[in-house]
Ligand binder design. Structure first.
Ligand code: ADP
Ligand code: MG
Length: 362
């Protein structure tokens, strides 16, 4: 039985559709991330699950029970928002204890549970401080402690790291991963940060315009995006347009502008259709091979336009006969390509993903 089951869940505001027919099953103990740009319906999805908003249509089941009409307080869900929403006049201990007091938990249990969760979130020694006397990262850990102290069945996190700087965000991410391992609470995290989604999640749901574009493991959505939007939202994606042609050696290759060809791996083009079809192939910068400019080299000839040194790797913009420059990266510390250098850019067949064309989508 799924911990969370959404069936064709929709929410409209007047004539605008915030969420459209979202169907999703989240397994017990799963960590699922909803990833999408601002305004794509992420917060709307969470507020429907938590009961803070009512769906226009569709149903919500939690652990098999229809909760679509149930009050938020009776869904046993822990919530954390970007604005920590801590009570400014209460100290850390009383902030964390708040949900237990609301539930009229006996005092001895309150003390025990609050101590336990404060220990788990490494907030010991700060119990008497007011929120204003805590750092942003500490405040967010208090908000997490408060959301977990009553043992929720489900934890919903709406951009909880959004207000933190990069270093603190990484700290809270590590904390979240550790907590989830330890407690196994079914969790939905909302974020627009693709790295955060890739690093934390069992599965990712990609939303755009209130519509689910794809659901899959981080590896699936990154290496086998359902469409160009998903490919571009999760990192950088070169889109190679071309026509499929049978290879002499068997299989298919992509023939691009100028007649150059790139061999494809058939398992990565399951829906590619027949030879002759016009397709878009997704090629990531980090899997590109930068080869010498030699007519015997496979790949697409071009010229380095920009070379950007980034410490861990270098990124190059390569001018070819395509409209857009190819973006390729290299982690080879000895490779130094300078603007103007002629090169050839190739990809191993295993790194080229043929996008499903609309007609071939199930
Ligand atoms: P996200 O969290 O992905 O940024 P939201 O779920 O907040 O997106 O919003 C999705 C869409 O619904 C947006 O176009 C937003 O303007 C609209 N929306 C959200 N809440 C309301 C509301 N209370 N009234 C009117 N429109 C809303
Ligand atoms: Mg939001």
């Amino acid at each position: 039985m799924s911990a969370i089951a959404l069936d064709r869940l929709s929410k409209t505001f007047g004539r605008s559709v915030a969420l459209r027919d979202l169907t999703l099953d989240v397994a017990q103990g799963e960590f699922l991330t909803i990833l999408g740009p601002s305004g794509s319906g992420k917060s709307t999805a969470l507020s429907l699950i938590s009961g803070l908003a009512q769906p226009s249509s569709g149903t919500i089941h939690l652990a098999g029970r229809d909760v679509t009409q149930l009050a938020p307080a009776r869904r046993n869900i822990g919530l954390v928002f970007q604005s920590y929403a801590l009570f400014p006049h209460l100290n850390l201990r009383d902030n964390v204890a708040f949900p237990l007091r609301v539930r009229k938990t006996p005092a001895a249990d309150v003390t025990r549970r609050v101590d336990e969760i404060i220990g788990l979130l490494r907030l010991g020694g700060l119990e008497d401080r007011k929120p204003s006397q805590l750092s942003g990262g500490q405040q967010q850990r208090v908000a997490l402690a408060r959301a977990l102290v009553f043992g929720p069945d489900i934890l919903l996190l709406d951009e909880p790291m959004g207000a933190l700087d990069k270093k603190l965000r990484e700290d809270v991410q590590v904390e979240l991963r550790r907590l989830h391992k330890r407690l196994g609470t079914t969790t939905i995290l909302v974020t627009h940060d693709q790295e955060e989604a890739l690093s934390l999640s069992d599965r990712i749901l990609v939303l755009a315009d209130g519509h689910a574009e794809q659901v899959g493991t981080p590896r699936e959505v990154y290496t086998r995006p359902a469409n160009a939007f998903v490919a571009g939202f999760l990192g950088t994606a070169n889109q190679l347009r071309g026509r499929l042609r049978p290879r002499d050696a068997g299989g298919l290759e992509l023939v691009v502008d100028g007649g150059h060809s790139l061999p494809l791996s058939l398992p990565l083009a399951p829906h590619a259709g027949a030879a002759g079809a016009e397709v878009v192939v997704i090629a990531r910068p980090e899997t590109a091979r930068i080869l010498p400019d030699d007519p015997s080299s496979p790949g697409i000839p071009g010229k380095i336009r920009d070379a950007i040194y980034l410490g861990t790797h270098a990124r190059y913009h390569v001018e070819t006969s395509f409209e857009e420059p190819l973006i390729v990266s290299s982690t080879d510390p000895r490779a130094r390509h300078a603007p103007g250098d002629p090169v050839r850019i190739g990809w191993s067949p295993d790194d080229l993903w043929v996008l499903p064309t609309p007609a071939s989508q199930p």
